[in-house]
Every structure is written in structure tokens, then in C-alpha cells.
Design a protein. Structure first.
Length: 718
């Protein structure tokens, strides 16, 4: 609202066509600004000194020829922001966002007595912000209302005191910088106009200042992804205009105060996930009737859900995953929550059954109840949820999978169905007499259920299937040849079963694994919620999921078909712990996208193809416990694999400079003492190229990806 007040006069002014030309002094200021650019991207050519500078690209003048707006966003400019712009004494709006300006933001601009809006977001400005003009002898009046310095490289402490003079500030967005020290607190001491304060993604630490409670006009307060600690200060709840309160991923502790939270009647978004909050969700939350998003995941909250939650009829998203909530979900009457789209209670301690009232939530799009202790059989009413596309009920105590699948196959909306991690009392995999096939499934997990029987034929009718998790069951019989008819399938984990027979040639025909062009995207709406592989590990974007074929730990007895070379886009191949015999086919060297190759614990003979060292992205390699002979490949990624990759192959040997393989008695694999290459770097290279990003990729992402690789096939998808 307040921001609109700022814009309207500006827009009116900019409609007035200039009748007077700009002064020489103003032109000089602009040319000085131009001189500060190291890359002008053609601007100099457009700013002729023989034309009126009011006509210049990006410049707007008032009717009397004074420059009131400089608007040069997304112009590809590089260099410094010249303090000369501060000399434009009528300038009201400066927009330099989305360029590559570096250096500091001149204090002249912040201390200007005319500028109302400064937007320098998305640049590379750094250094400490100095809003105070020390030389200013004139009045301290600062009309600045909107300051957007987000997504820059500003560091240092946020100079709190200096901001006291900014008595007209309405919007401050300083998110996505490197500010440190205490969160600034003095904003509303001299003024109470501040409506939007965004400090997300910085390194602010210490307690949250209570004085923000004085900001009576504050609607949006965001400070997530910092290092804030302590409790939410009581005074904060005096900021009763707050609509959006967001502090996720900090170190906040304490309880949500049941009395004070009711002051925030206007609250529509409450984001406190990823902190260390304890205690209950207060009953009084029912008084926040405007609440739309309640995000409290990954805290240490406990107790039962308050039944008053059903009074929050505007709720769209409830995310309580990763807490210690107990009791029955039936305490909440979900029929009232007609706007609910996402309910996520993954990893809590809820008991009882799925509340019947939830089947009235006709807008429900994602329901994740996995990792609790819910029991009972699935209600046929679940197909009433016509908008439901993501359903995860894994790792609970539900019974009767036959009933479950028979019901769910009638849903045409579900694209992701995760029901693994159950002990269905020794039931067999429901067969084709019961299940006809699902309509739109893209992701199906029935892993970890100890199901016996065969891989059922009804799966062959799931034409949209992209990922299939059937690992950790007791499935027997051969791998069916129809698997190649699933044209979109790129992730198949049938490891840890009792499958027999050969590695079928049909597997070598899987279209998604043959085509290097085909990408591994899955219906994004289904995966906005992310798939949990194991606690703490999650896929953020599904296109980060590798193409995988995991047949490990079965009873397969053939050779590895030469046709394996066709699976050009495969990233992970795991045939370990079977009874495969014969040689490692040379064609493995064609799998140029491989990152993981595990053929360990089989009966493979012959030599390791030396050309495997051309697989530049290979990060894990294991042929241990076979009967291989001859030299171990060297060069490329092979200089990085540990000895354990080869152990228990008595006839394998390592070629070194002074020892030819086979010349002496083949020594058991010796220690790679001279190994110089940092394995991590080698992995980075593979990883970076695979995802089309630079080599120096964020290590966090790297370790997550590694973690996923390590746990792949073991954990139940939740
Ligand atoms: C315009 O710029 C050119 C070259 O930069 C300079 O030679 C000329 O004197 C300038 N003219 C005026 C009127 O400032
Ligand atoms: C600055 O320009 C960018 C790009 O046109 C625009 O998205 C942004 O809203 C502008 N900033 C302000 C404060 O109007
Ligand atoms: C910077 O913030 C202002 C105020 O919130 C906003 O109007 C503007 O669009 C933002 N700039 C960009 C590039 O998003
Ligand atoms: C602040 O700027 C960031 C971009 O840097 C934007 O994503 C965010 O939405 C802005 N915050 C507010 C409250 O507008
Ligand atoms: C918060 O508001 C209450 C009244 O609602 C008042 O008694 C109290 O002094 C205020 N606290 C602060 C720190 O402003
Ligand atoms: C969660 O709270 C309980 C006490 O309520 C405590 O024993 C436990 O250590 C806490 N867990 C974490 C991770 O802080
Ligand atoms: C739940 O709410 C609905 C709609 O408001 C109502 O009809 C129903 O009786 C309530 N159920 C319970 C158990 O209170
Ligand atoms: C499982 O559900 C089916 C209906 O789909 C039913 O016929 C069968 O009796 C149920 N089994 C048990 C053990 O409840
Ligand atoms: C391959 O699968 C087997 C059996 O599930 C497992 O033990 C092994 O760790 C997997 N290999 C890799 C590299 O993940």
C-alpha cells in the first residue's frame, strides 16, 4: 500500500514530456557517471553531448527539465556507481538493478535530499554500507522510501545508528548479501513507516531485536537463513500489522508463546522451519484466521495438534515435518480447511488413522504422512481427492497393500505414490487379477515391504512411469522383458530381491537410458515437495536425479550382455552381489556418462578393460570380490579409486613404472602411496560436467549428491 503511494507520483511525472532541456550541470553528472563505467554496453553512443540529456536513454526529466529518474536496469553495465548521481538534486528514482556494478554504494545517494527510490539489487556491490553523509552540514532530512540492495556482496555490520535518520523508509530489502553482526534494530525508533524488511540470506547473529515490535506498520519481516539465536522476543508480537513473519533456518529456540501470538491477527504466512523451537503448537493459533502458510518443519516441537487449527480456514500449506508431534491427526477437523493444498507431517510420532475429514479437502494436492505410526486400511474415500497428485504414506503401520493399490489405481490425479517401508504381514505383491494399472503414475515406490511374488505385469501398463522403486522386497522370478516398453522409465531400482535368470537384453533397450537427449524431469508440481531419500537428504530439483539401473543383491546368473554399451546416458549401474559370470564387456567403455559402476561380488573373469579410464565422470568403481586378472587400469579417474575397489581378486595387479604386470608374481593390490590427485577434485569435475555447472560447485550440493549416491538403493523413498 505504502509503496504504491510512492510509485503513483513518479509515474505521473514521467508521463510529462520535457519542454525544457537539462542543465549543463546535470549533464555533467551523468557524463561523470558514464566515466565510472568500465563497460557501457553502448550507452556512451546513446548519450550524445549534442542532444538534450532529458532525451537520453534511461533518463526522465520533469517538465522544467530537471532529471527525476535514472532507469538503467538490466543494461549490461559494469563499473562503479559514481557519487556524481548524488548531485542530481531533483532525482527521485534510481534503478540500476541487474547490472554488474561493483565497489560501494556512494553515501551521497543514500543521504540525498531528493531520492525516494534506490534499486541496485542484483549487482556486485560490496564493502560496508555507509548511509550517513559525514560532510552533510544541511538538514538530516532523508526522503528515501524504497531501498533495494538485495543480491549484492555487501559485508560488514549493518550500521544501525545511521539508519535512524531514514525516517521515511518503507521498504528495505537487504537480502542475499554477507551482512554480519547483530540484526539492525533502530528502524522504527524515529519513524514507524517501515512496512517491508527483508534480511534473508545473510550472516546476522545474536538475538533478534525486540525493538522491531515498535514497527507498527511492519507487514513483512523476513530474516531466514541467518545465524539468529535465542527466543522470539516478546516485543516482536507488538508489531500487530505483521502479515508475513519468516525466520526459517536459524538457531531460534524456545516455545511459540500462546498468548502473544494472538496479537498477530493479520498473519498470513508464518515460516519458522529449521530452528530449535520446542513445545506445542499453541491452541491460540486458531485465532489467526488469516493464516495461509504454517511452516514449522525441522524443529523439536511436540505434543498434540490443537483442534483449533481447524479454525484457520484459509490455510493452504501446513508443513510440520521433522518434529516430535504426537497424538491423532483426527484431533483436527480438516473439512473446514477447504483451501488446503499441502499437508506434510513427515517424520513425526502421529498415531491413529488417517482422519476421514481430510477427504473433504478437495484442493489437496500433496499429502505426506510418511514416517509416523499411523495404522489401518486405506479408505476408498481417498479417491475423492481429485486434486491429489503427490501421496506419500511410507513407513507407517498401514495394512493390506492389496486393498491399498486396488483403491489408489482409481485415482487419475496421483502422479507420485510412495507406500514403501511397510511390513504388510507377509502379503504378496498384488497381481494382475487385482490390479489393472494406474493411469498417470510417474513415480512409484513400494520398496522395503518384504513382498513376495513376481514383478507384476500390471506395471507394464504404467506408461507415464519414470521412476520405479521396488528394492528390498522378496520378489522372485525373472526380470520381465516388457520393461523396455516403459518408454519414460529412467530410474529402476529392483535391488535386494530374489530375482533369478539372466540380465535380459530387454533392459539394454530401455529408451530413456539409450537416449542421451532425454532429460529426467518429473512433473514439477509433484516434486515441489521434494522426495526424501533419507533423513536430511533430499532432492531439490528432480532433474538432479541420475539415470539408474540397480539390480544389486539378487540371484542373476548370466553374463553381462555386450549390448550394455547402448545405455549411453546411464549414470549409475549396479549389478553387484549376483552370480554374473564371463568377462567385463569392452562395451562398458561406451557408457560415457557413468558416475557409478558397481560389479562387485560376482564371478566375473578376464581382465578389466583398460579403456575404462576414458570414463571421465566415473566417481565410484567397484569390482571387488570377483575372479578378475591382469592389470588395473591407470590414468583418468582410475588414479583416484581406493584399493577396496579391487580387493578379493587375487589375480589382479597394479602396473607401476618399475614393475610390469605379470613379470613378477602378481602382488596383491598395493597401496597407492604416490597418489597425488585429490579424489574430491576428480569428483567435482565429473559432477560439474554432469550437471552443466562449473567445476567449483557448491560443496554442500556435492556432499548431498554423494550422500544420495551412497544411500541409493538402501533407503525407502518417503
Ligand atoms: C562533446 O564531446 C566531444 C568529445 O567527447 C568534445 O570534443 C566536445 O567538446 C563536447 N561538446 C560539448 C558541447 O561539450
Ligand atoms: C527496476 O527495474 C527492474 C527491471 O525493469 C524492475 O524489475 C524493478 O521493479 C525496478 N525497481 C523498482 C524499484 O521499480
Ligand atoms: C527491489 O525492491 C523493490 C521494492 O520491494 C521492488 O519494487 C523492485 O521490483 C525490486 N527490484 C527487483 C529487480 O526485483
Ligand atoms: C528481496 O529481494 C529478493 C531478490 O534479491 C527477492 O527474491 C525477495 O522477494 C525480495 N523481498 C521482498 C520482501 O520483496
Ligand atoms: C507491547 O504492547 C503492550 C500492549 O499491547 C504494551 O503493554 C507493551 O509495553 C509493549 N511492549 C513494548 C516493548 O513496546
Ligand atoms: C528435543 O527436545 C527434547 C526434550 O523435549 C530433548 O531431550 C532433545 O535433546 C531435543 N532434541 C534436539 C535435537 O534438540
Ligand atoms: C467438521 O466440520 C464439518 C464442516 O464444518 C462439520 O460438518 C463436521 O460435523 C465437523 N466434524 C466434527 C467431527 O466435528
Ligand atoms: C484386504 O482388502 C480386501 C479388499 O480390497 C479385502 O477383501 C481383504 O479381506 C482385506 N484383507 C484383510 C486381511 O483385511
Ligand atoms: C550396489 O548395490 C548393492 C546392493 O544393494 C549395495 O550393497 C552397494 O552399495 C551398491 N553400490 C553402490 C556403489 O551404491
Amino acid at each position: 500500500m505504502a509503496f504504491a503511494d510512492v510509485l503513483v507520483p513518479l509515474m505521473l511525472l514521467s508521463l510529462v514530456s520535457p519542454s525544457c532541456s537539462c542543465t549543463e550541470q546535470e549533464e555533467g553528472s551523468l557524463l561523470q557517471f558514464l566515466a565510472g563505467l568500465s563497460r557501457d554496453n553502448g550507452l556512451t553512443a546513446l548519450w550524445h553531448n549534442d542532444t538534450d540529456c532529458c532525451e537520453w536513454e534511461g533518463i526522465t526529466c520533469s517538465s522544467d527539465g530537471a532529471i527525476i529518474e535514472v532507469s538503467l536496469a538490466s543494461r549490461g553495465l559494469e563499473g562503479h556507481v559514481s557519487p556524481s548521481l548524488g548531485g542530481l538534486s531533483n532525482l527521485q528514482s534510481l534503478n540500476l538493478s541487474c547490472n554488474s556494478f561493483s565497489g560501494d554504494l556512494p553515501s551521497e545517494l543514500l543521504a540525498s535530499r531528493s531520492i525516494i527510490v534506490v534499486d541496485v539489487s542484483f549487482n556486485r556491490l560490496s564493502q560496508v554500507l555507509q548511509p550517513q553523509d559525514c560532510n552533510s552540514s544541511v538538514s538530516d532530512y532523508r526522503p528515501l522510501q524504497v531501498l533495494n540492495i538485495s543480491s549484492n556482496l555487501f559485508t560488514g555490520e549493518f550500521p544501525s545508528v545511521a539508519w535512524e535518520k531514514m525516517s521515511n523508509l518503507v521498504v528495505l530489502n537487504a537480502s542475499n548479501n554477507n551482512f554480519q553482526g547483530l540484526m539492525p534494530s533502530s528502524f522504527c525508533i524515529s519513524s514507524s513507516l517501515l512496512a517491508v524488511l527483508d534480511l534473508t540470506y545473510n550472516q546476522f547473529s545474536g538475538n533478534m531485536p525486540g525493538s522491531l515490535g515498535k514497527c507498527s506498520a511492519l507487514r513483512v519481516l523476513k530474516a531466514g537463513h541467518n545465524n539468529l539465536t535465542g527466543q522470539l522476543p516478546d516485543e516482536l508480537f507488538n508489531a500487530s500489522s505483521l502479515e508475513y513473519l519468516s525466520f526459517p533456518n536459524n538457531g531460534l529456540d524456545g516455545v511459540l508463546d500462546d498468548a502473544r501470538i494472538t496479537n498477530l491477527r493479520n498473519l498470513s504466512k508464518l515460516h519458522l522451519g529449521g530452528n530449535m523451537l520446542i513445545g506445542k503448537l499453541p491452541d491460540t493459533i486458531g485465532q489467526l484466521t488469516r493464516l495461509e502458510e504454517l511452516l514449522m518443519s525441522d524443529n523439536n516441537m511436540s505434543g498434540e495438534l490443537p483442534s483449533a487449527l481447524s479454525n484457520c480456514t484459509n490455510l493452504v500449506t501446513i508443513d510440520l515435518k521433522g518434529n516430535r508431534f504426537t497424538g491423532e491427526l483426527t484431533k483436527v477437523n480438516f473439512s473446514n480447511l477447504i483451501n488446503l493444498r499441502t499437508l506434510d507431517v513427515l517424520y513425526n510420532k502421529f498415531t491413529g488413522t488417517i482422519p476421514e475429514s481430510i477427504y473433504s479437502c478437495s484442493n489437496l494436492n500433496a499429502l505426506r504422512l510418511s514416517g509416523n505410526s499411523l495404522h489401518g486400511q486405506l479408505s476408498p474415500r481417498i479417491v475423492d481427492l481429485k486434486s491429489l497428485s503427490f501421496l506419500s504414506i511410507s513407513s507407517n503401520k498401514f495394512t493390506n497393500i492389496t486393498n491399498m493399490l486396488r483403491i489408489l489405481q482409481n485415482s487419475s490425479s496421483i502422479t507420485t505414490l510412495l507406500i514403501g517401508g511397510h511390513n504388510f504381514n507377509g502379503e504378496a505383491m498384488p497381481g494382475d487379477d487385482i490390479i489393472a494399472g494406474f493411469q498417470n503414475l510417474q513415480v512409484l515406490s513400494i520398496s522395503g515391504c518384504s513382498l513376495s511374488g513376481k514383478i507384476p505385469f500390471w506395471l507394464s501398463k504404467l506408461k507415464s512411469l519414470k521412476m520405479l522403486f521396488l528394492q528390498k522386497n522378496q520378489l522372485s522370478g525373472p526380470i520381465p522383458a516388457w520393461i523396455k516398453n516403459l518408454e519414460l522409465l529412467f530410474y529402476l531400482d529392483i535391488s535386494n530381491n530374489r530375482l533369478t535368470g539372466e540380465v535380459p537384453l530387454a533392459l539394454m533397450e530401455m529408451p530413456m537410458l539409450k537416449s542421451e537427449k532425454a532429460t529426467t524431469d518429473v512433473d514439477p508440481s509433484a516434486f515441489e515437495r521434494t522426495v526424501y531419500i533419507a533423513r536430511g537428504l533430499q532432492y531439490r530439483k528432480l532433474n538432479a536425479v541420475p539415470k539408474l539401473l540397480n539390480l544389486g543383491n539378487n540371484k542373476l546368473t548370466s553374463v553381462i550382455p555386450k549390448e550394455i554399451g547402448q545405455l549411453k546416458s546411464l549414470n549409475v549401474l549396479n549389478f553387484s552381489m549376483n552370480s554374473l559370470s564371463g568377462e567385463m564387456p569392452l562395451q562398458l567403455c561406451s557408457l560415457t556418462n557413468l558416475q557409478v559402476l558397481d560389479l562387485s561380488s560376482n564371478h566375473l573373469t578376464g581382465e578389466i578393460p583398460l579403456e575404462l579410464n576414458k570414463l571421465n565422470f566415473l566417481a565410484e568403481f567397484n569390482v571387488s570380490n570377483n575372479d578378475l586378472k591382469g592389470p588395473i587400469p591407470t590414468g583418468g579417474q582410475f588414479d583416484t579409486f581406493p584399493d577396496s575397489s579391487y580387493e578379493r581378486n587375487p589375480k589382479l595387479c597394479r602396473v607401476t613404472v618399475d614393475q610390469l604386470c605379470g613379470s613378477a608374481e602378481p602382488s596383491a593390490v598395493s597401496v597407492l602411496s604416490t597418489e597425488q590427485i585429490d579424489r574430491r577434485v576428480a569428483f567435482w569435475i565429473g559432477f560439474g560436467a554432469f550437471f552443466g555447472v562449473g567445476i567449483l560447485h557448491d560443496q554442500l550440493v556435492l556432499s548431498k549428491f554423494r550422500g544420495i549416491m551412497d544411500t541409493m538403493g538402501f533407503n525407502i523413498v518417503l
